[in-house]
Design a binder for this molecule. Structure first.
Ligand SMILES: Nc1nc2c(c(=O)[nH]1)N[C@H]1C(S)=C(S)[C@@H](COP(=O)(O)OP(=O)(O)OC[C@H]3O[C@@H](n4cnc5c(=O)[nH]c(N)nc54)[C@H](O)[C@@H]3O)O[C@H]1N2
Ligand SMILES: Nc1nc2c(c(=O)[nH]1)N[C@H]1C(S)=C(S)[C@@H](COP(=O)(O)OP(=O)(O)OC[C@H]3O[C@@H](n4cnc5c(=O)[nH]c(N)nc54)[C@H](O)[C@@H]3O)O[C@H]1N2
Ligand SMILES: [Mo]
Length: 761
């Protein structure tokens, strides 16, 4: 792409619509895959086709002709691209030269085509045979003093089958070190929600959207990150269902949206107003806000109204009185000051909630990535419990997951804290004694690398190095390792920041045909609403020398554990054999997997709270105490700003599709700080000033990012936002959610460190 000048222009149209249609066509064109891509799009998310590799939102129940969105099309187009990274490419560029290129450029080079090994003599990646690559991994792993010296990362695009075998292999090898992308994402859901409702997953299914009488969307940028959910929101609004949006940024699609799949709206340039209440929350103000809404409800009850579901509370819950008492001690002054929301709006929202007989709360990274993200989620569950919004149609909690199979990977064993019952099942089914000691999550794995106790890193997908906090520290940690392995579709920074030995192992992508001895195979995924469906690629693989993730895992297992009694090779030929084992390890969840997955629509995993069954120690749903009003540690520094690191409309995590962010009016620049104009003026900054940002932390480390342009934006006072992963150097490794270890990427305390240029008006 030619270097283009940065441009800022507020986007005043509805989101979606023709802008989205145009962007979809453009990306197919850029990747030279118009015909192939369009054919593939027709089969995406259809029974018998493959699952969109982008987000985890389920397929709709409503019949429609096309089941993809602009960003799903982008994800597919970059996967189906005609561009290739070949051995000639690696011959032309040393790793040092590649390091000087942008992430965007690396991604643009296209699909990896054959296994490569790092050669330190020439500072280049050179071809290696698959067998030699497996042997190298086996040699390194067997040479370690202790299996806990290896870290086995998983990213959430990995299928159930590959993740399951990986979890068995790693445990047979002898460790529970499973850092995974979930540790930076919905881990607060997975760890926090079970304490409340006995289950770390969402409790709604798609049809609940049609029955809900109120929908909350908190800290989630739906139009960009799970665009297919916009259909549900549009449908709800057309039927008069109020939608409460809680977000420090007035995200365009949540304000006004044109449904690209609605021919009438498209033809008439019509659109739907989405948020009936837009709650312009301060970063981390959600606890104060939710407690404010609860206080308003309790006050109305005290005044004689009948708002709470007393039967539900009595029969199904514990801890209600203590919780209510704590909420009632909070003053309206504190609630409004800390949330940034006026009492009047809080009471209006309370009224919406009080009138609704079935309420859904959806949330995303704006809730999870805080220092008390898990406890905040527990309060959302409590809020729902007040009116019995579990186990009835149209109601429940809806964590909107990220990667398309991040939920499934956890269900089938990617868990650094496995339960004893699960480990017993693994022992009984596979005949080895798995390690019992808990392993490392992401933050702990980096600490182990820094301490020098970790020696080998294997990444099953993902781009660990740019997803994690404290980028420079992570670089240094990676470079100390004996071996780093990237199992990937595309070249990324993680392959360039490597250990003494390094391998890149290219895989068959989800949209591609996976031919094995037993015929063409399919894999399965579990979406954010616990539907398990099959996915079968239809495109020719990008190269004849790719392997399936399953094969790679099995071959690594054999090379590492030559005497293992587990029949690794057999799983490569026939993935049904893996599904049989999944059923054996998880009889309560996956019994009859092989038969049930024959249904083209898939099947739904049991979610106990939907039946009002609470798998908690008390056997009830628990109102949990979270005293105070702050989700993050307050900091007494008048210069402090809270930085939220977010996604643009044109990226998938660390993959940057373009440097623009259409709905926020930003073109050709990602080094942006969205800031309230008054906060800017208070700091003596002219419009569009170029500044450096520095983290406020007490660990003696200076964290600074230069070259950021300040953009006046409707942010609440004291709150700023900028892009991930460029701002990850500002996120301290020690700044994470207490319960889950998830980095608090939405609440980094920072200050302006320097004004580089005065900017322009
Ligand atoms: N196209 C596309 N789709 C994706 C992804 C992608 O990168 N691109 N990533 C996938 C993944 S892995 C994930 S986890 C999801 C992420 O999807 P989202 O959860 O939408 O993630 P973000 O864009 O990081 O930010 C979420 C929102 O939180 C708001 N926010 C920030 N701080 C606060 C706060 O303190 N309170 C509240 N209430 N809101 C706050 C931000 O303004 C932003 O609108 O999307 C998945 N889908
Ligand atoms: N500051 C900040 N940091 C964050 C976040 C944030 O909001 N702010 N969000 C966090 C979140 S929610 C997440 S989930 C993580 C994401 O962390 P990761 O999941 O590690 O990162 P991705 O960018 O999704 O990984 C992209 C790479 O995956 C590989 N890949 C793509 N498809 C496939 C496939 O089918 N198979 C295999 N084997 N490889 C494939 C490609 O090589 C590509 O370069 O980042 C986290 N980090
Ligand atoms: Mo995520």
């Amino acid at each position: 792409m030619a270097e283009q000048k940065p441009r800022f222009e507020p986007y005043n149209h509805p989101a979606g619509g023709w802008g989205a249609a145009k962007a979809t066509a453009k990306v197919l064109l850029e990747q030279s895959v118009v015909a192939k891509g369009s054919r593939a799009l027709l089969s995406m998310n259809k029974p018998g086709g493959f699952k969109c590799p982008s987000c985890a939102f389920p397929d709709p129940d409503r019949e429609k002709s096309l089941e993809f969105c602009e960003n799903g099309a982008k994800a597919l187009a970059v996967e189906a691209t005609k561009k290739r990274v070949t051995r000639a490419f690696f011959e032309q560029h040393t790793v040092t030269e590649l390091m000087a290129q942008s992430d965007y450029w690396l991604e643009e080079q296209g699909r990896l085509t054959e296994p490569m090994r790092y050669d330190s003599a020439t500072d280049r990646y050179v071809p290696v045979s698959w067998d030699d690559a497996y042997a190298m991994i086996g040699d390194h792993l067997r040479a370690l003093d202790n299996p806990d010296q290896a870290e086995f990362y998983t990213s959430g695009r990995t299928s159930n089958e590959a993740a399951f075998l990986y979890s068995i292999f790693v445990r047979a090898y002898g460790t529970n070190n499973f850092p995974d992308c979930s540790n930076m994402c919905h881990e607060p859901t997975s760890r926090g929600l079970p304490m409340s409702i006995g289950m770390g997953k969402g409790t709604i299914v798609m049809s609940d959207f049609d029955k809900a009488e109120a929908i909350f969307v908190i800290g989630q940028n739906t139009g960009t990150n799970s665009p297919r959910m916009m259909s549900n929101l549009v449908h709800a609004r057309k039927h008069g269902v109020p939608i409460v949006v809680v977000n420090p940024m007035p995200e365009r699609a949540l304000i006004r949206f044109t449904e690209p799949q609605d021919p009438v709206q498209m033809a008439t340039f019509g659109s739907t107003a989405i948020a009936s209440e837009f709650v312009h929350i301060r970063i981390g103000g959600d606890l104060a806000f939710i407690k404010g809404v609860m206080k308003a409800l309790f006050e109305r009850e005290n005044a004689g109204e009948n708002i709470l579901d007393r039967d539900f509370i009595a029969e199904h819950t514990t801890g209600f009185d203590a919780m209510r008492e704590e909420v009632m001690t909070r003053s309206w002054d504190d609630i409004t000051r800390i949330s940034g929301i006026g009492e009047e709006q809080i009471r209006r929202v309370a009224d919406i909630y009080a009138r609704s007989r079935a309420t859904i709360v959806c949330y995303g990274m704006g809730i999870t990535q805080h220092q008390q993200g898990a406890r905040m989620i527990q309060q959302l569950a409590s809020f729902l419990m007040l009116r019995g919004n579990f186990g009835k149609p149209g109601a429940g909690i809806a964590p909107i997951r990220g990667h398309s199979n991040v939920q499934g990977d956890r269900t089938v064993g990617i868990d650094e804290k496995p339960t004893p019952a699960y480990l017993d099942r693994v022992r009984d089914v596979f005949g080895f004694e798995p390690p019992r000691e808990h392993g490392h999550h992401v933050v702990e794995s980096i600490k182990a690398m820094i301490a020098g106790t970790a020696k080998v890193f294997i990444g099953l997908g993902g781009n660990f190095i740019h997803a994690v906090p404290d980028t420079p520290v992570a670089y240094e940690a990676m470079r100390r390792l004996n071996l780093t392995v990237g199992i990937a579709t595309k070249l990324n920074r993680g392959h360039l920041v490597h250990g003494r030995d390094a391998l890149i192992l290219p895989v068959i992508a989800r949209s591609e045909i996976d031919r094995q001895k037993g015929g063409v195979q399919f894999i399965t995924i579990e979406d954010a609403m616990s539907n398990v469906t099959s996915s079968k690629g239809i495109l020719e693989p990008a190269s004849a020398n790719l392997r399936s993730e399953i094969e790679i895992v099995c071959r690594i297992a054999r090379a590492t554990l030559p005497d293992s009694a587990i029949p690794w090779e057999s799983y490569i030929d026939d993935y049904d054999l893996i599904r049989d084992k999944i059923a054996a390890v998880y009889p309560n969840i996956y019994e009859g997997f092989v038969e049930k997955i024959q249904d083209p629509k898939g099947f739904h995993l049991d979610i106990a709270p939907r039946r009002r069954v609470w798998l908690t120690p008390s056997g009830k749903a628990n109102f949990l105490l979270f005293p105070g009003l702050d989700v993050d540690d307050p900091i007494d520094d008048p210069a402090m700003l809270r930085l939220s690191t977010i996604r643009s409309h044109d990226q998938f995590n660390t993959t940057i599709y373009s440097n623009s962010d259409r709905y926020r009016g930003v073109y050709n620049d990602r080094m942006i700080l969205f800031m309230n104009a008054q906060d800017r003026a208070d700091r003596g900054l002219p419009p569009k000033a170029r500044v450096a940002l520095e983290t406020i932390a007490e660990d003696g480390i200076t964290r600074r990012v230069d070259g950021l342009t300040v953009l006046d934006y409707p942010m609440p006072r004291g709150a700023i936002a900028g892009y991930y992963p460029e701002l990850n150097p500002l996120l301290p490794l020690g700044h994470f959610d207490e319960i889950s270890g998830t980095p608090a990427a939405k609440s980094i305390p920072v200050r302006i460190a320097a004004i580089e240029t005065a900017g322009t008006a």
